[in-house]
Design a protein around this ligand. Structure first.
Ligand code: ADP
Ligand code: MG
Length: 327
């Protein structure tokens, strides 16, 4: 038996996969399985990352979708997709779906942690934003929603002193005309329309991007909700309450709002923290109200998906045209 009780493949350092890949190290472990560093004996001096999916039917099927979407993106790319992880190939090994990827470096959560959660400089945040938006612009042209943008799913590849930022983990992605799941996105980065049970589309990724960029800049998650109710309260604390028309569109709004559309304030120890509009984004960022970065993230964090900036327009935002001095 090659698996543990949860369906993870038991990786042994030094073992081979099909005589080709030698297992060197475990790079990451998540709900889907593990990602391992391998030496590729077929190509001289090369290393790859292999995602070994747990042998569970549902995860296997989701892995198939991840492969389909990544191959699709690769086929329409012609070299222009340098901000999306490259898939090399995939195969089955001892009942596990395996996906072979180009090897990348640390993820953004690792970077924030290495920096002791103190926040990164604005130049770096801008570089991440710019490159991530290029990947999101491609996804948006192909009508693909990533559905799980967060620091752990953005990796850095160091190429001769230059950072290349790459989006990974298409295990929850879908085409915009085929949104089957309602329970998506990691909670801290979950958009209001998903929380409230509305129709959703590409703008959910822009919401997550806004949360991610603020986190990079401050070092701490912007909306660290411990439950969905708290998640929405934390959002309202910063961007105020949504309109009545917006609330009416949600199939789950009754769990969050009273009949008069006022937010239900749940009794908990952190209750007082949740007063709508009580915390301003500029004070969280410690930036003046005319800051271009503040303006940029505000346009990602709009209640209404239609009002949120698109990747195409975001790439033209004036924030990218100026070089910050000291912020
Ligand atoms: P999951 O679906 O379980 O979240 P991911 O695809 O996000 O799986 O991979 C889990 C972790 O493994 C990532 O957060 C990252 O740290 C690491 N990882 C994934 N792909 C690569 C890669 N190509 N190169 C290096 N590390 C990777
Ligand atoms: Mg992941």
């Amino acid at each position: 038996n090659f698996n543990d009780s949860k369906g993870f493949y038991k990786c042994i350092i030094g073992d081979h996969i099909f005589y080709r890949y030698e297992i060197l190290k475990i790079l990451g472990r998540g709900a889907f399985g593990q990602v391992i560093l391998c030496k590729d004996h077929k190509i001289y001096n090369s290393q790859v990352a292999i995602k070994i999916i747990r042998n569970r039917k549902k995860l296997y099927n989701q892995g198939k979708i991840e492969i389909e979407i990544l191959k699709y993106i690769k086929s329409c790319g012609k070299g222009s997709n340098k901000n999306i992880v490259e898939i090399y190939h995939s195969f089955n090994f001892r009942g596990h779906l395996c996906i072979v990827f180009e090897l990348l470096g640390p993820n953004l959560f690792d970077i924030i942690k290495q920096n002791h959660f103190r926040g990164l400089n604005i130049q770096f945040v801008k570089e991440v934003a710019n490159q991530l938006l290029k990947s999101m612009n491609i996804l948006s042209k192909e009508k693909i929603i990533h559905c799980d943008i967060k620091p752990e799913n953005v990796l850095i590849k160091n190429v001769k002193k230059n950072n290349e930022i790459k989006l990974i983990d298409f295990g929850s992605s879908c085409f915009e005309n085929n949104t089957i799941y309602t329970y998506i996105q990691s909670r801290f980065y979950r958009s209001p329309e998903v929380i409230l049970g509305m129709k959703y589309g590409l703008p959910i990724d822009i919401w997550s991007l806004g949360c991610l960029l603020v986190e990079l800049f401050t070092g701490l998650p912007l909306f660290p909700g411990e439950s969905e109710q708290e998640q929405l309260l934390l959002i309202m604390q910063v961007i105020g309450v949504p309109s009545k028309e917006f609330i009416q569109k949600g199939t789950r709004s009754k769990y969050f709002f009273n009949d008069d559309y006022s937010p239900i304030i749940f009794p908990n120890s952190r209750g007082l923290l949740h007063k709508p509009s009580s915390k301003k984004l500029c004070s969280i960022l410690h930036l003046p109200s005319d800051s271009l970065f503040l303006h940029f993230v505000s346009s990602c964090l709009e209640w209404e998906p239609e009002k949120r900036i698109t990747p195409e327009n975001a790439l033209k935002h004036i924030w990218f045209k100026f070089h910050e001095k000291s912020q």
